[in-house]
Design a protein around this ligand. Structure first.
Ligand code: CA2
Length: 157
């Protein structure tokens, strides 16, 4: 067993989430991406972990970040944004690295348009949190660290 297991999570945010706080506050709230990343860092730090945050509007950049996480992260918290509903490639990347995944959505996707009800990511995620606003990241980090610390989260996909 590894004597010093990795205590880092990748926090990945998908396309257009750089606009958080600037538009559609009725749907996504008033918090910015910087607020999300600060909350993630503070939540992890409180548990003795750290985070690497990435946001990109480009699918390939997100996939590269997921691949890189394999070497130095113990899990991935991801809001895939619109790629949730479209991207087999993103799902394959998440599945391919074998790290436990928490899927987060700010809004409750199930109260929205039908096309948002399907996620390519959910079937390979340990947990899905939708509609809790930025607190969803906090809950996801806490739960994912709990899963990893208990020795779970080995992926079978
Ligand atoms: O609720 C979520 O977190 C979503 O992942 C957000 C995505 C959407 O496509 C998913 O269905 C649900 C959209 C992210 C766009 O974020 C914006 C933020 C501010 C202004 C405009 C877009």
């Amino acid at each position: 067993m590894d004597a010093s297991p990795t205590r880092r999570l990748l926090i990945a945010n998908g396309p257009n989430l750089n606009l958080l706080g600037s538009r559609e506050p009725d749907v996504y709230g008033h918090h910015t991406l910087a607020d999300v990343e600060q909350l993630a860092a503070e939540t992890a730090a409180g548990l003795g972990w750290d985070v690497r945050c990435v946001q990109s509007n480009h699918e390939g950049v997100l996939i590269d970040a997921i691949h890189a996480a394999r070497s130095d992260c113990a899990g991935i918290v991801i809001n895939p944004a619109g790629l949730t509903h479209t991207s087999v490639a993103l799902r394959d990347a998440l599945s391919g690295v074998g790290l436990p995944v928490a899927e987060v959505h700010l809004s409750n996707v199930h109260r929205r348009e039908r096309f948002r009800h399907h996620s390519y990511v959910s079937p390979i995620a340990e947990l899905v949190i939708t509609g809790a606003g930025i607190n969803g990241y906090r809950y996801a980090i806490q739960q994912l660290i709990g899963v990893v610390s208990a020795g779970g989260g080995q992926r079978r996909h």
